[in-house]
Design a protein around this ligand. Structure first.
Ligand code: EZ4
Ligand code: CO
Length: 402
């Protein structure tokens, strides 16, 4: 069996997505997501100039060897561009292998471990009252788990607050939007939000929150402690994690469960956090962390330390990543939760998929492969539009973490 062709498809049905399609001499093809939000064209160039030429003529069944070739063969190890490109190849090859086997991908990985994949939705509002209402809307939609983010009094911008309901899209301008951040106002407000949410809805639902890298370790420790009475499912990205040891300080002060890893790209970014039991959930997903092949290694390491998975699932992860992640989630023994931000109807139309939502769970479907396709004719109607993520500055102008 041979790979005969591969191409990159860029489409913007409301936001940019990069998709790799691999064709074979058996007529079976597979697709993988290569979208790196705000840096899309870097991965396009990487795939077209450096990866696709090495794939032609290769046996697509050799997923492991092709992964190692992409990783070791680059010499320049790691990094989001390289690992997103490797992930796209890997996802497309698993898609092909599962289609050849006539199996849904989860079956090929080792079979079903659960009946459905518990997801969390994103509730956000301009202020506390609106955010409380939004959480209620998700409860009414059947969600078992909800992430709450809110506008903050006295602060113009807060992470996670969308302009419309149910859809949130931060990459909103050709050049980065400048937002203003104030940690004092955020720390003053956030416990009040969760107090109000528990007062309104009780303790039966899982509540989550994303600090989005804004805090120092000691500030994160304080927030974790202040949130303990409200029993969060997790506090995410409490502080940047380039220095994985920073989490020792947070861990020493709070029992609020911690989740990290959506910006990680290999197992090496996760290693110390997992081995030192500094986190409870690892947020890596298929496209950002080298595909199913590498994500599986991260999950296996995590399992040794009772760390569970919590795959990133924002709208910048295309339906292709969502589909592949749902097969992974259905199989992985140490599953925790899956993030689920709905894609727009335009995006769903470009990427017809077998996965479905019901009662707070996503189901990957029974189609052979990962169950997601791309309508190339429709994709061609939505040309690339430059869009970058915002940046954050403190009120005095100092650059901060967005
Ligand atoms: O800001 O994926 O938990 N979800 C998140 C996301 C990220 C975006 C960045 O591209 O933090 O909303
Ligand atoms: Co996040």
């Amino acid at each position: 069996m041979k790979i005969t062709a591969a191409k990159v498809i860029v489409t913007c049905p409301g936001r940019n997505f990069v998709t790799l399609k691999i064709e074979t001499d058996q007529g079976v093809c597979g697709i993988g997501d290569a979208t790196l939000n705000g840096r899309e064209l870097a991965v396009v160039a990487y795939l077209e100039a450096h990866v696709i030429p090495t794939l032609i003529g290769r046996d697509p069944r050799q997923i492991e060897d092709i992964w190692q070739f992409g990783y070791r063969g680059a010499y320049w190890r790691r990094g989001p561009v390289t690992l997103s490109a490797i992930a796209a190849v890997d996802t497309a090859l698993w898609d092909i292998k599962a289609k050849m086997a006539g199996m849904p991908l989860y079956d090929l990985l080792g079979g079903r471990s659960r009946d459905g994949v518990m997801v969390y939705g994103h509730a956000n509002g301009a202020d506390l009252a609106e955010t409380v209402d939004e959480v209620g809307r998700y409860i009414d939609l059947g969600y078992k788990a909800i992430r709450a983010q809110s506008g903050i009094p006295g602060l113009r911008d807060a992470y996670g607050v969308g302009r419309g309901k149910l859809f949130y899209e931060p990459a909103d301008a050709g050049l980065p939007t400048e937002t203003i951040w104030d940690t004092r106002k955020y720390l003053n407000f956030t416990p009040k939000l969760f107090e109000a949410l528990r007062a309104a809805y009780g303790f039966d639902h899982h509540l989550l929150h994303d600090a989005h890298h804004r805090l120092t370790p000691i500030e994160a420790a304080g927030l974790g402690k202040a949130l303990e009475p409200f029993q969060l499912f997790w506090l995410e990205d409490a502080t940047p994690a380039e220095n994985q040891e920073a989490f020792k300080l947070i861990r020493a002060h709070t029992t609020t469960p911690l989740a990290v890893g959506e910006v990680f790209n290999t197992i090496w970014d996760c290693k110390d956090l997992i081995q030192n039991q500094l986190i409870d959930y690892i947020r890596c997903t298929v496209v950002r962390a080298g595909g199913v092949t590498h994500l599986r290694r991260i999950a296996d390491l995590a399992a040794l330390y009772q760390v569970r998975t919590g795959c990133h699932g924002a709208t910048d992860l295309s339906p292709v990543t969502m589909g592949a992640a749902l097969h992974f989630d259905t199989w992985v023994p140490n599953f925790g939760i899956q993030e689920y931000m709905r894609h727009t109807p335009e995006t769903d139309a470009v990427f017809p998929h077998a996965y479905t939502f019901a009662d707070g769970y996503l189901h990957p479907g029974e189609a052979a492969g990962h169950g997601v396709d791309i309508d190339e004719a429709l994709a061609a109607k939505y040309p690339y539009r430059p869009a970058q993520l915002p940046v954050a500055r403190l009120e005095d102008g100092t650059m901060w973490n967005w």
